[in-house]
Design a protein around this ligand. Structure first.
Ligand code: NAI
Length: 262
């Protein structure tokens, strides 16, 4: 029964950090992990959205949620916030889903490199790529010492294949996460830590709803499954990758894209 599968306590006792968990895919991931029994650190920059995610989890009484206001691009604040969270929840996070990401001026007409301000390039790299470095840099020593850990980085099909609807900074960071994931899988594998990435196709979230309708219609036409994905469908892959069922899966980037750009 699907309800039993969705709430099986596969992640009971786990401490899971989800970044960008205020809305969209990150919120669905936080809810799914909590439903599976984890204590979830709901990290985002937007405090009102964090509180809404935390409320949705606590209201449903299965798992626990702690709000963490942080900017993933700011290493000192990431380190400090995660250390404080560890004392609050009884130990360091053993699982991190690096989901926070931005795609500025994502209006369907991706702007060209000659239209891109250097500051905008730097911000996208700082959030989408360095943001993943920052959380893993802070958490990897305890994962290594515990000889257990689960890391998931949110890439994109636009990091594997050219997509006309994103700009070069976004594609560059999402591609970089694929190599970063492989390298970390090699470094951390001997310590029992698995590192994987997810490459979503077109998923219906606030980021995607912000673009013109005809852009999404065209993406749906290119998707063999003939629809946008749901945030929960991405969350289920994150659950799998961090579960005992995936105990020999590491260094991989797996699409959840309905066949888009396969
Ligand atoms: P979204 O824009 O709806 O949500 C992203 C969340 O991240 C927001 O709550 C935002 O406040 C937070 N965030 C942004 N910068 C942050 C920072 N510096 N520190 C902490 N939190 C920050 O985005 P969506 O659609 O849910 O995407 C989530 C991830 O999935 C992103 O990494 C995105 O690139 C990726 N993705 C999304 C796809 C889609 O079709 N929606 C497709 C492929 C990848």
């Amino acid at each position: 029964n699907p309800e039993e599968i969705a709430t099986r306590p596969s992640h009971a006792g786990r401490r899971v950090l989800v970044t960008g968990a205020g809305r969209g895919i990150g919120r669905a991931i936080a809810q799914r992990f909590a439903a599976r029994g984890a204590t979830v650190g709901v990290a985002d920059m937007n405090e009102a959205d964090i509180n809404e995610t935390v409320r949705s989890i606590r209201g449903n009484r299965k798992g626990a949620a702690v709000p963490l206001v942080l900017d993933v691009s700011d290493y000192p604040s990431v380190e400090k916030t995660l250390a404080q969270a560890a004392s609050q929840i009884g130990g360091p996070f053993d699982t991190v889903v690096n989901n926070a990401g931005i795609s500025p001026k994502h209006d369907g007409v991706a702007h060209k490199i000659w239209e891109m301000e250097p500051d905008e390039w730097n911000r996208v790299v700082a959030v989408n790529l360095s943001g993943c470095f920052n959380t893993i840099r802070a958490l990897s020593p305890s994962m290594r010492d515990m000889k257990a850990g689960w890391i998931v980085n949110m890439s994109s099909v636009a990091g594997k294949t050219y997509s006309p609807i994103v700009a070069c900074h976004y594609a560059a960071t999402k591609s970089a996460l694929i190599g970063f994931t492989k390298h970390l899988a090699a470094e951390l594998g001997p310590f029992g830590v698995r590192v994987n990435a997810i490459a979503p196709g077109r998923i219906e979230t606030p980021m995607v709803r912000a673009v013109a309708g005809e852009v999404n219609d065209e993406q749906v036409r290119m998707t063999p499954m003939g629809r946008l994905g749901a945030p929960e469908e991405v969350a289920d892959l994150a659950l799998y990758l961090t579960s005992p069922e995936a105990s020999f899966v590491t260094g991989q980037t797996i699409d959840v894209a309905g066949g888009l750009y396969m």
